[in-house]
Design a protein around this ligand. Structure first.
Ligand code: CMC
Length: 433
């Protein structure tokens, strides 16, 4: 972004002296005040806990309007992409900035198929985790260690980025499924070339030597939709982690491993698992909604209603709307009735009528209904956030790539307002009281 082309300036007056700062304009009416010279010119930094008002980069990947509930990848509405694309088509869009034509999509598919196995030496690592190890921890470790087995990135981080991206996108589902199989003590199921991206994942998760797994098209289509909805979401906590860690010059695998750890948190991707825990709690408590709503409103209680609220959306999360419909469709098609879905619907209805939640613009987010779909597919709760990570991977990679391609990128290094002790005299150990 060229700062010299800013046509308008913001004025900041400190102690009677006015400082001018360029107002930068993006597309869709987005505006940002460029404060990069503020410290030099005024001696002040900005303080913005949780970065509620702070932009860390200019990006052309994802556009969100949290007031209107708009969400687009590379200019395309999420509703259109979720309805008409498969996940790897959207992964290509995020990575390359354009939707693939049929030939490009075929080539991308073949590239992914070629990378589906993980190095056999890595498979021994799975044996050394305890059987109750968190799949998110395993995923983060395994993705990090990929850099030891696949060193094609060399010294130049952008050399072979397309190859590394394809390796990661292909292998993450193999690693995820292997960690699940290991936790059950079942033999690993290797990827098959005749299955699509999502079908392959389901087969690796659920096929057993004693019983063939039937890859049902409606499950494949639902999984594609879920992964598409998770594929990017601009500068959220884990994506900012990818950029921050990557800005230090570390390789893509290590940056993604750090993002997986960030995603694990219950305020971020871990919310999908927390939602199910919460719904199960309400169910076991004889649908005592009142108790949970009271706890959520109590400021002295850290409990929050998982699956509600969002930093950016102050209206319905557009992903939540699509997921809710997908949830209804898949349960109907599988002829499954899940009591947790009834609890979820009732909770949503209560929340949407409650002043506390209305005043704070708290609506169901992407994590509220996704867990119920995963349950219907047969995916256990401790794998839900792994599913989120699989979906978010193309976004993380695209954001990392965009950052590294930008010649203006600098190492991420926020400042602080120091509030500790002023200078004091050192006291030798023997003289300390
Ligand atoms: N339940 C009850 N109160 C809430 C909730 C909730 N789920 N979310 C926000 N609030 C209240 C919060 O206590 C605060 O009240 P007050 O103004 O009285 O202090 C007000 O709403 C504003 O909330 P905030 O914590 O300042 O908002 P934030 O932007 O910092 O946090 C959030 C956003 C998503 C972390 C938060 O809404 C939350 O913790 N939600 C539950 C966890 C969740 O579902 N996370 C998934 C988010 S979407 C997917 C993803 O990012 O991975």
């Amino acid at each position: 972004m060229n700062k010299n082309t800013a046509s308008r300036m913001a004025e900041l007056t400190i102690n009677g002296k006015t400082h001018l700062m360029p107002i930068l304009e993006g597309t869709e009416g987005c505006k940002a005040i460029d404060i990069s010279n503020l410290l030099r010119d005024t001696g002040c930094i900005t303080l913005d806990s949780g970065f509620k008002n702070t932009g860390s980069c200019a990006s052309s990947i994802t556009y969100l309007d949290g007031d209107k509930g708009i969400f687009r990848y590379r200019g395309y509405d999420i509703e259109d992409l979720a309805e008409n694309c498969v996940f790897i088509e959207v992964a290509y869009l995020l990575l390359h900035g354009k939707l693939p034509n049929a030939e490009e999509l075929d080539n991308f598919k073949m590239l992914l198929e070629g990378f589906a196995l993980v190095h056999e030496d890595m498979i021994h690592f799975f044996d050394h985790f305890p059987s109750n190890a968190s799949p998110m921890s395993i995923l983060s470790v395994m993705v990090n260690t990929l850099c030891n087995f696949y060193i094609e990135m060399g010294d130049d981080p952008l050399t072979n980025i397309d190859i590394t991206a394809a390796r990661l996108i292909s292998k993450i589902r193999t690693i995820a499924a292997f960690s699940y199989k290991k936790s059950l003590g079942q033999p690993l199921v290797y990827p098959r070339q005749d299955l699509c991206y999502c079908g392959n994942f389901l087969n690796m998760m659920f096929h057993k030597p004693v019983r063939n797994y039937e890859v049902r098209p409606e499950l494949v289509s639902t999984l594609n939709k879920l992964l598409i909805l998770h594929a990017d979401h601009e500068q959220n906590c884990s994506t900012s982690t990818v950029r921050l860690v990557g800005s230090a010059g570390v390789n893509l695998y290590a940056s993604i491993s750090a993002a997986i750890s960030a995603l694990w948190g219950p305020l971020h991707g871990g919310a999908n698992e927390a939602v199910i825990d919460m719904l199960e709690g309400i169910y076991a408590d004889d649908s005592n909604f009142e108790k949970y709503i009271r706890k959520a409103k109590d400021r002295s209680d850290p409990f929050k209603l998982s699956g509600f609220g969002h930093r950016v959306y102050k209206t319905f999360d557009p992903r939540g709307k699509i997921i809710k419909k997908a949830c209804d469709d898949i349960l109907l098609s599988l002829n499954v009735s899940d009591p947790l879905l009834d609890i979820a619907r009732e909770l949503e209805e209560i929340v949407l009528k409650d002043d506390y939640f209305i005043e704070r613009h708290l609506y169901p987010n992407v994590d509220f209904y996704s867990g119920i779909i995963y349950r219907a597919i047969g995916i256990p709760a401790n794998m839900f956030t792994v599913m989120f990570a699989m979906g978010r991977l193309p976004g993380w990679i695209s954001q990392w790539k965009e950052m590294r391609e930008d010649p203006g990128t600098k190492i991420g290094r926020p400042r602080q307002l120091y509030i500790g002790e002023p200078r004091r005299e050192f006291v030798p150990l023997a003289e300390r009281p």
